[in-house]
Design a protein. Structure first.
Length: 423
């Protein structure tokens, strides 16, 4: 039999002070546990509900810059998207392209056949050639009439000089009695008549020149007018060949090949992909805050581009207003016509304001109350909200910086004044 070692144990008596300290420590611990339990029990009794913290989203009030914005949807549209029309009545159209074809500026897209315009052009060409011949004939006639008038004037001048010389000879011998007085008087009358004829011939020559010049100007004006008429007819015939005004691709064809169309009938739409814009569908509530030149951020193909508001429709359709945004600088690559995008309109910036992340609490009770977290209890507190954005909301009153607020999950609180938050 193996003996134990109990006979070797010795009893040591504890000092009197150590037992007292042990009893005091036990009593203090019991009091602390009782106080904590009493506080928790008091908080629980003052709360109407209890919610697990994992079901809530709590955020802290901070100070920063609030960017007031509006999140909208839109699509990519062509800034230049001309529609080509028929210019001739009752014409047959021959299409040279198909929908989706890429074209360059000046390429032939369609040809219109209009016999009426072609015949009209030929008539105007014939009239122009006829008037051109008349103008040439008038120039020849003008030179001829000027020549005849000048000849008559020169002949009259020669006759005047001859009469003057005859009178001068009579003057030399008149005193000697060689020439009869009556002959002398006839010579003087002949000189006077020659001078009158010469003067009238000169005036008639001047008038004849003015007359032929005026007739030539009239014919020339008729020729210029006919030239304009011919140019207009030629332009209308040239418009029968429909050409691409810009580089791009054919969007839609509105007519069938070899069909008869009337004037001003849309033939096709051309899309210029080198200049694209964003067409946004803005809710009517934001219209009063929008203005031309307002900045925008466009998210497309996973990338963000910036732009400015360039146009705003004056019409409200289905509670929405269409707005156009033009890209800043070079537009992103890989854009397609009618591609859906998301955009953010930057309406206003307010620096140095109290901010909270936006959540369902903004819409609950009209944003007049929020649940302030104090010592594990969410207390219903009156607040005053200011401007809002997509991600944040301005706190205009009721809270201070550093306060913690329940921003999501308050739908289960049932408007209770106090709600306990269990960790």
């Amino acid at each position: 039999m193996i003996r134990d070692t109990s006979h070797q144990d010795t009893v040591i008596a504890a000092p009197p002070g150590q037992a007292l300290r042990r009893r005091l420590l036990l009593a203090g611990g019991a009091l602390a546990v009782a106080a904590a339990f009493a506080a928790a029990f008091g908080s629980w009794r003052g709360s109407e509900h209890a919610v697990n913290a994992s079901r809530l989203r709590i955020a802290e009030v901070t100070r920063g810059t609030l960017i007031r914005d509006a999140a909208v949807n839109g699509r990519i549209v062509a800034a230049v998207s001309p529609t080509l029309y028929s210019t001739a009545p009752s014409s047959t159209v021959t299409l040279k392209v198909r929908a989706g074809d890429t074209v360059k500026r000046g390429d032939v897209l369609a040809v219109l056949e209009s016999p009426d315009l072609t015949d009209e052009l030929k008539k105007e060409q014939s009239s122009y050639q006829e008037l051109a011949a008349e103008v040439a004939r008038q120039r020849i006639l003008a030179r001829k009439q000027k020549l005849l008038a000048q000849r008559d004037a020169d002949t009259a001048e020669i006759e005047r000089l001859s009469a003057q010389r005859t009178l001068e000879r009579y003057d030399g011998v008149a005193n000697e009695g060689v020439v009869a007085k009556i002959d002398y008087q006839k010579a003087k009358d002949a000189l006077r008549a020659a001078e009158i004829r010469a003067r009238h011939a000169g005036q008639a020559s001047t008038l004849e020149q003015d007359d032929v010049e005026l007739a030539l100007k009239t014919k020339s004006a008729q020729l210029e007018r006919q030239k304009l008429t011919l140019a207009n007819a030629q332009r209308r015939v040239d418009e029968l060949t429909v050409r691409a005004p810009v580089n791009g691709f054919i969007g839609t064809l509105n007519v069938a090949n070899r069909s008869v169309v009337q004037a001003n009938t849309p033939l096709m739409t051309l899309v210029d992909l080198s200049a694209l814009e964003v067409e946004l569908e803005v809710p009517e509530t934001y219209v009063n805050d929008l203005g031309l030149g307002m900045r925008a951020e466009i998210t497309v193909n996973g990338a963000t581009a910036t732009g400015k508001l360039s146009a705003l429709s004056p019409e409200v359709v289905k509670n929405q207003v269409l707005a156009r945004v033009r890209f800043d600088g070079r537009q992103p690559d890989g854009l397609r016509q009618s591609q859906r995008v998301q955009a953010r309109l930057l309406i206003d910036e307010k620096p140095g304001v109290l901010l909270l992340p936006r959540g369902p609490f903004v819409e609950s009770e009209g944003g007049r109350y929020a649940y302030l977290v104090q010592d594990g209890v969410a207390v219903r507190t009156p607040v005053r909200l200011g401007a809002t954005s997509v991600n944040a909301v301005e706190i205009a009153g009721g809270l201070k910086q550093g306060d913690k607020v329940v921003v999501a999950g308050t739908e289960t609180f049932e408007n209770a004044a106090r709600v306990s938050i269990n960790r």
